[in-house]
Design a protein around this ligand. Structure first.
Ligand code: AMP
Ligand code: MN
Ligand code: MN
Ligand code: MN
Length: 284
């Protein structure tokens, strides 16, 4: 018997950024979990998409080529998803190259700061764990856990990698309007990722969404693996009030996080227009 509804999971990571499954393994795992439509959205990188596409064709899963881009807006880091992007777009590629250069600089800085705090070899260790071109804080965190500096990744973040801790490096990611321009140039739909996770006040979040929409942003994640049930309902209200499209995604990074599973997401609350029912989406 067929299922009544199509299962969407529009936010996931592979080894091309800070996930732990290869793009092929990720797509196979999603298909096995009953996901019909999967977006691969690696951080600042589209390198995993070709491999994911090939396996998606094999398994009958529909792959949405995506990316999760790091933005600095009013001293705050935001993540913006580009869904349905053309990975070959020169504008997008050039933008992501800039972010890559910032990441490489930042990784060296993090390594130096951790060395000053008495932890040597972190840059080399993080680079070894990063199998793609992206070196993220997650790779540093995994290395520090391996070296016994903390019991788990969460603890490393808390003790070393966030603001005011020894391995934290502040800096500028891309500007919101630039990133929305790259996504537009690549033919994608821009969705603000996990808006409840930024710790912004309700009024700042409304301003943020206002700026996002003015720059051409179209949707926001209402249902996210990193939102609580309460946050899902408050984000649904915000989404309806701001007349944005609603998206849902697990933000899956691999089986090491057993509390986040591919495709295991609650339905979008009533009154939210799913991003996949929009004109922009149908155009793909
Ligand atoms: P980066 O883009 O290199 O600054 O790394 C950000 C990534 O680190 C996010 O995408 C998450 O996967 C991970 N991350 C951020 N904060 C935490 C946290 N508190 N615990 C575990 N992982 C985190
Ligand atoms: Mn991540
Ligand atoms: Mn994110
Ligand atoms: Mn993510």
């Amino acid at each position: 018997m067929g299922r009544m509804t199509i299962q969407y999971d529009l936010h996931s990571h592979s080894l091309a950024s800070d996930g732990t499954l290869s793009p092929a393994e990720l797509v196979r795992a999603a298909a096995a979990a009953g996901v019909d439509v999967l977006a691969l959205t690696d951080h600042d990188c589209v390198d995993g998409l070709a491999e994911a596409r090939a396996i998606a064709i094999e398994t009958g899963l529909r792959l949405v080529p995506g990316v999760e881009i790091s933005v600095t807006w009013q001293a705050q880091t935001l993540h913006v998803l580009g869904l349905g992007v053309d990975a070959e777009s020169p504008v997008l590629r050039q933008g992501l190259d800039q972010l890559m250069a910032f990441r490489d600089w930042r990784a060296e800085e993090i390594g130096m700061r951790l060395a000053r705090a008495g932890i040597g070899g972190a840059l080399t260790g993080a680079r070894q764990l990063a199998q793609g071109r992206i070196v993220s804080r997650t790779h540093f965190a995994r290395f520090l856990v391996e070296q016994g500096h903390a019991r788990n990744v969460r603890e490393v973040f808390k003790r070393y990698l966030v603001n005011n801790k020894p391995g934290y490096v502040s800096g500028q990611w891309a500007a919101l309007e630039d990133v929305l321009g790259w996504i537009r140039a690549a033919g994608g739909v821009a969705v603000l990722a996990h808006p409840a996770r930024y710790g912004m006040s309700a009024s700042k979040l409304r301003r943020c969404i206002g700026a996002f929409r003015e720059c051409g942003g179209q949707g926001m994640e209402v249902v996210s693996g990193s939102h609580t049930a309460d946050q899902v309902s408050s984000m649904a209200n915000l989404c309806r009030n701001e007349a944005l499209l609603a998206s849902c995604g697990s933000d899956y990074h691999g089986p090491e996080n057993p509390w986040i599973r591919l495709g295991q997401l609650p339905p979008l609350p009533a009154g939210c227009t799913p991003v996949w029912e929009s004109e922009q989406w149908r155009a793909h």
